[in-house]
Design a protein around this ligand. Structure first.
Ligand code: F6P
Length: 345
């Protein structure tokens, strides 16, 4: 019988609660393991802030967005510090045998360092951005894509009614997965992604061609991390960074709206979907994937397989080494973008 620690780190994501519930249910069904949930990501392990997780306390959370544990972007290794000793102390004091961190590249990067220091960890990949290596898909992504698709559908009818260009800015950090999937699903007329720096002249020429041909409206989806080709357009980047050194993204949609309107004369509006994409209930696909990941993580922990992350490969849940998963981010598949391009304009 083992004592399992769980935490959720980084940005929240629909499906986190489904993972927590699945780990607990799988662990109870097996050999009666017990569970402690650390609050607010690594902050809870550093400060020994935790709650007991039981069948009762995790009942009814499957469809709930957010995380019952709370989350943060606390980095135990920020500014040259090393939180390993205090993490080890907390785990020993709580009698935790295995830690299951649920998070993206930052949270799992910390997990990998702890594994290197001999702390038993099993990772679960989470991010709406879908940019984590080692797995075909992360839970939360499909929910974000559905939210953006619904928004594009709504923007379509108002764009058509007013003969406007609608710029929709979506999340995704340095990957264009959300933008491209939702852009295809919503029939976008242009999609701008971080993997392909754009030329504002080309965007404008494309919209002109489209409007001259007939349609008097357009939908432009832009990923928050999309950038203009060097020297082609002035943008305003934030200098604010989080504890992992990531710059806060967002705002490219505002620049695009202004440039498109000024250069074409077409009335334009921007919608920045922001954290709406991360909030609320997970779609069925993410509930199922999160549940399968939770079961897989508990099985890896019970089997003594540490330093791994559960992952989806084709239709199977497998275990991959954390080191392999974190080697490089998973950027947009160029073939998918080419498919999207067929429908531009
Ligand atoms: O990684 C998930 C994500 O939602 C990104 O798409 C976005 O850039 C970032 O987190 C926003 O972070 P925060 O919630 O800290 O503003």
């Amino acid at each position: 019988m083992a004592r399992i620690g769980l935490l959720t780190g980084g940005g929240d994501c629909p499906g986190l609660n489904a993972v927590i519930r699945a780990v607990v249910r799988r662990g109870l069904a097996g050999e009666g393991h017990s569970f402690v949930g650390f609050r607010h990501g690594w902050a809870g392990v550093l400060a020994d802030d935790a709650i007991e997780l039981t069948r009762e306390s995790t009942a009814g959370i499957l469809p709930r967005g957010g995380t019952i544990l709370g989350t943060s972007r606390t980095n135990p290794f920020a500014d040259g510090q090393d939180g390993t000793a205090s993490i080890r102390r907390t785990l020993e004091a709580r009698g935790v045998h295995v830690l299951i961190p649920i998070g993206g590249e930052d949270t799992l990067g910390v997990a990998l360092r702890l594994h290197g220091a001999g702390i038993p960890v099993v990772g679960v990949p989470k991010t709406i951005d879908n940019d984590l290596g080692g797995t075909d898909v992360t839970f939360g992504f499909q929910t974000a894509v559905q939210i953006v698709t619904d928004a594009i559908d709504r923007l379509h009818t108002t764009a058509e009614s007013h003969n406007r260009v609608m710029v929709v800015e979506v999340m995704g950090r340095h990957a264009g997965w959300i933008a491209t999937h939702a852009g295809i699903a919503g029939g976008a007329d242009a999609i701008l992604v971080p993997e392909r720096p754009f030329s504002i002249d080309e965007v404008v020429a494309h919209l002109r061609r489209r409007h001259e041909r007939g349609p008097n409206f357009s939908i432009v989806v832009v990923a928050e991390g999309a950038t203009p080709r060097e020297g082609t357009l002035q943008t305003h980047e934030s200098t604010a960074t989080d504890a992992f050194g990531h710059v806060r993204l967002g705002g490219i949609g505002v620049t695009l709206e202004r440039e498109i309107e000024q250069r074409t004369g077409y009335e334009s509006r921007v919608t920045i979907l922001g954290h709406v994409q991360r909030g609320g209930t997970p779609v069925a696909y993410d509930r199922v994937l999160a549940t399968r990941f939770g079961v897989g993580a508990m099985d890896a922990a019970a089997g003594g397989r540490f330093g791994v992350m559960v992952a989806l490969r084709s239709t199977d849940v497998v275990e991959v080494s954390l080191a392999e998963a974190l080697r490089e981010p998973k950027l947009l598949d160029p073939a998918l973008y080419e498919t999207a391009q067929l429908f531009f304009g």
